[in-house]
Ligand binder design. Structure first.
Ligand code: BG6
Length: 369
């Protein structure tokens, strides 16, 4: 049942090319237009959406943060991401033009279910992005966009995360199409780039020996920091979460720009810092800013490990180690940069002898508030 792998986690990480491919499958019609047929909200209602609130917890919330960057960029609709357990208790402002998008692998997380119920009571339209057919959250939502990652057994989420991001991109492109925020050709180009992602994930998987070796060498590490910026920020948060969940190591993710406002005080000799570097093609030139963050932490003794895009030579001089991922559109990079961080956490936890499928204290779906 583990398909030749030692653990479900390893199997699920390796299933990510098909998780993304299957989530993309059958989403365009003969004319190349996007069709999300599980969407039961009228197109008119979706044309009127002027605010999106994403509700989720854990890894799913980080998929929501990736979605925020992409959807705001493509659709020019403001997107708030709210941890579902915080949402109900802050008198959120919702009206019929607010679209609430819940993201839940299991579809049973009580915090998220209660938040969705509350949003509906307040008059919002609700869409569930979910990996589990017929589960409670999709049943209680106005519409569903299923991810097709297949059953995820390991408690810590991997393939469902990439599938959630993929589904959220599709939702963003669908809204951009309906609200005419992107040209048809732009949408086609993004879909084209998305269709190349599964093969690129496969490439990352096949070139991960260095990541694994580093993880084994770092098994006695007690703290790891992760930096990311823009759409790479939630990737840093997810990298840190995987390490906490699987290896029980203190790990924290930061927005790279925040470094100078506090976290840089943590850096001393030998402190491992992983940096998710934006594409050199990023339209805001964030690449140079993050490269100088790498220099800053390195000058203070940090051991820098960098995840960057193939061809990005600028990072080499400042990194103890660089893991390259294939090129793609800047907005799609999380589907690739996440993978080495997952493999790192899996391998380090395995080297420590931990049960990566059933980490201590955690449950696959938490059905109490
Ligand atoms: C946690 C799981 O309890 O719930 C995480 O351990 C998961 O792996 C989180 O990301 C949210 O779960 P779901 O099913 O709502 O995506």
């Amino acid at each position: 049942e583990k398909g030749g792998y030692d653990t479900f986690m390893e199997k699920e990480i390796n299933e990510q090319p098909s998780a993304v491919a299957d989530t993309l499958l059958g989403r365009t019609d003969a004319a190349g237009r996007l069709v999300l047929d599980e969407l039961r909200i009228s197109e008119d209602e979706l044309r009127g959406v002027n605010k999106i609130i994403v509700l989720a917890a854990g890894t799913s919330a980080y998929a929501g943060t990736v979605a925020k960057y992409a959807i705001e960029h493509w659709c020019r609709i403001p997107v708030e991401v709210e941890l579902s357990h915080e949402f109900r208790y802050r008198d959120p402002i919702i009206d019929p033009n607010t679209l609430v998008v819940s993201i839940s692998q299991s579809g049973e997380t009580m915090d998220t279910l209660m938040a969705v119920r509350y949003a509906r009571e307040q008059g919002a339209r609700t869409i569930a992005i979910c990996n589990t057919n017929g589960s409670t959250i999709p049943r209680e939502s106005d519409a569903v966009l299923y991810t097709h990652a297949g059953p995820e057994i390991a408690v810590a989420s991997t393939k469902a995360f990439l599938a959630q991001i993929t589904a959220a991109y599709l939702l963003g492109l669908y809204l951009a199409q309906l609200q005419r925020k992107l040209f048809t050709q732009q949408i086609r180009d993004i879909l084209g780039a998305l269709s190349e992602i599964p093969a690129k994930i496969q490439q990352v998987l096949e070139t991960s020996d260095d990541v694994k070796e580093l993880a084994r060498n770092m098994k006695d590490t007690t703290s790891v920091l992760f930096l990311g910026r823009n759409i790479g920020y939630p990737v840093a948060l997810e990298g840190a979460l995987k390490l906490k969940e699987l290896a029980y190591i203190h790990a924290e993710g930061f927005a790279a720009g925040e470094l100078k406002h506090g976290p840089i005080a943590l850096i001393d000799e030998g402190q491992p810092v992983f940096v998710v570097v934006p594409s050199p093609m990023d339209r805001h030139s964030l690449h140079a800013k993050v490269v100088s963050n790498i220099q800053e932490v390195r000058a203070r003794g940090a051991k820098t490990v960098v995840v960057a895009e193939a061809g990005d030579e600028a990072v080499r001089d400042y990194a103890e180690q660089v893991f390259y991922v294939p090129e793609t559109l800047p907005m799609l990079m999380p589907l690739l940069t996440t993978v080495p961080l997952q493999i790192f956490a899996l391998e380090l936890a395995s080297a420590k002898g931990y049960d990566v499928d059933q980490p201590r204290n955690l449950a696959k779906s938490v059905t109490v508030e």
